[in-house]
Write a protein that binds this ligand. Sequence first.
Ligand code: ZN
Length: 393
Amino acid sequence: MIRTYKYRLRPNRAQTAALDSLFCQARRLYNAALEQRITAYQESGEGIRYPAQWVHFRDQRNKCPEEYGLLNASSVQQLLRRLDKAFAAFFRRVKAGETPGFPRYKGDHRFKSVEYRYGDGCKLREKDNGQKRFYLQHVGEIKLIFHRPIPERAVIKHVVVKRVNDKWYLCLMLELPDQEQKPQQKGSPIEIGPIGIDMGLRSLLATSEGELIDNPRWLRGSLSRLRVAQRRVSRRKQGSNRRRKAVRQVARLHEQIANQRHDYWHKLTRELAERHALIAIEDLNLKFLNTNRHLALSSHDAGLGMFTQMLAYKVEETGCRLVVVNPARTSQRCSRCGERVEKRLSVRVHDCPECGLVLDRDVNAARNVLASAFSSLGRSDQDLTWAAAPSVS
Ligand SMILES: [Zn+2]
């Protein structure tokens, strides 16, 4: 399995300047390659692909080191491949009858990363005192905050150097051998069987065990700070220095919130994957297909997709089982008697006239999600105890 480990880089002033020039050259090359594709097409009606571009820009790099001299072969290759992918995606979407945007020239703020093959002009080094440094050709040995060790037997494949709001990051793509996955300890005390999760509309998640999980208060605090900062931007005069300053503040808050959210979801998904033998969730693509679009966008932005993704790879590591079910009618059905209880989105409580079950609507939905998972696995509700038994792996 492939994993990305991200570290903060702390370049000194000279290294920062070198990184900036490196990014400048990379951006120039990317834009030149894009231009080459466009002109080739205009002149001959034929496209130009990666192999031809690589030959061209390899020679360009040797001929004019002042233009591209800071880049090495592998980073040039990665840039050209990135462009190749952008075009492939563009044509695929055209073919599918969509109206995609044409690959665009990148301005300074749109150009965020440069990639390398590990070992080619870049390497992690260890100093005598055990401290790690990231060596990058033409930049030097950069300090980094090595907050998590790289697992033994992991192979570093690719390296991405990133610039976000004037901060620098190192992303290492690692290949971990599959046997590194730890199967869940049988009968371990923390394991508490299967759980169903409803991605609620009000609270973030509801579980079949009755737990409602929301964004933590500090995250909500950051969100309201963001709103204040956004208002500040709109009050200030366009083109003014004060406005520019306020815009930077908004960008920093966005980044901070993204980090906080990421961190929170990582911990939440890890905990869920470690504690449960089986997790049932809804297929998000289906879930929001027919709901109110504005509602779906406002409360769910990118968050839930990220949640599913993170959960999917956490379960791979813990040996928990993830079952994705069709969300149809999970919110309307009674989780005890199966009666259909219609309710509008504004109604928070499931109140079954048939069997008298009164429950938070999202918790009721979460129980239905779990039941769907079991029926899709070919087990009835009576077998719930089977899966709850600690002997399940
Ligand atoms: Zn009922």
